[in-house]
Design a protein around this ligand. Structure first.
Ligand code: XBP
Ligand code: MG
Length: 258
């Protein structure tokens, strides 16, 4: 009998590496459409990821890097329009089948589903980005495997605030101790821990490697596949090769000392 009832996943950087070749490219395409000379390089984008939310990230860029452009009278609407165009570019990228799920993600989703463990999403990204990513993975009906998809502007405060994970827990009608959360970034770790999700697994990526994941129960390079074992970066479990239901059960018992 597993000691948990649900897995709650972050999306960008966790389910799939969407930032460098997905969101970043879509932002730049929207800037070009708007006649702006802005170009978010791979390196600059890594700094901009300190702020979650595409609209918030654009505003952060304007305020912090003061790029050349004629300040519109309604900056919020200007940013919103830019972000709508960015999202349409991002959806086209996904529909072109550009971004695969990360190592071990589909394996774990399938195993959870086969054992009656519920699945949920808690993400800052725009809701249609989530459904489009899940629909572009080549697994028919994958989006329907998730009981809850909590995404985007539905909460007052985005990550690192705990709001989106709290919303997912409410929608699941489960307590934090009933769940295991998966994140990729410092902002995400703070959000999940803030929601009481102490059984927290971090899969670092090129943008988040080396961030402060203090408080996460386990930090790995990826979830692992048969024959492609993971590396543990931090945590009480050092001998695992895969994040699967069995190792998650052991992790949960370690966290909750059951
Ligand atoms: C990552 C984010 C999002 C994406 C861009 O979300 O912070 O803002 O970078 O998507 P998470 P939008 O890691 O919580 O999945 O432009 O739709 O915000
Ligand atoms: Mg993320």
């Amino acid at each position: 009998m597993l000691p948990f009832k649900a897995l709650i996943f972050d999306v960008d950087g966790t389910l799939a590496d969407t930032e460098r070749d997905g969101h970043r490219v879509a932002f730049n395409a929207a800037f070009t459409d708007a006649g702006l000379s802005w170009n978010w390089t791979v390196e600059l984008y890594g700094e901009l990821l300190a702020v979650t939310g595409g609209k918030e990230r654009i505003r952060y860029f304007i305020e912090r890097w003061a790029p050349p452009f004629e300040q519109p009278s309604d900056l919020a609407e200007f940013i919103a329009a830019l972000h709508r165009d960015k999202t349409s570019h991002y959806l086209k990228l996904l529909q072109a089948g550009g971004i695969p799920l990360r190592q071990g993600v589909l394996r774990l989703l399938r195993e959870a589903r086969a054992h009656g463990i519920r699945l949920a999403i808690a993400t800052t990204t725009t809701p249609e980005n989530v459904t489009s990513l899940l629909q572009s993975c080549g697994v028919p009906g994958l989006v329907d495997w998730f009981d809850v998809i909590a995404a985007g502007d539905v909460v007052p405060s985005k990550k690192p605030a705990p709001d989106i994970f709290q919303l997912a827990l409410e929608a699941l009608a489960l307590s934090p101790a009933d769940c295991i959360a998966f994140e990729d970034s410092e902002n995400g770790v703070r959000s999940a821990l803030g929601a009481g999700l102490d059984a927290l697994v971090v899969t670092e990526n090129a943008y988040t490697k080396g961030q402060d994941f203090i408080g996460a129960a386990l930090v790995v390079d990826h979830l692992g596949e048969t024959g492609q074992h993971l590396k543990v970066r931090h945590g009480a479990m050092t001998e695992i090769q895969l994040v699967d239901l069995e190792s998650l059960g052991r992790l949960h018992r370690l966290v909750y000392r059951r």
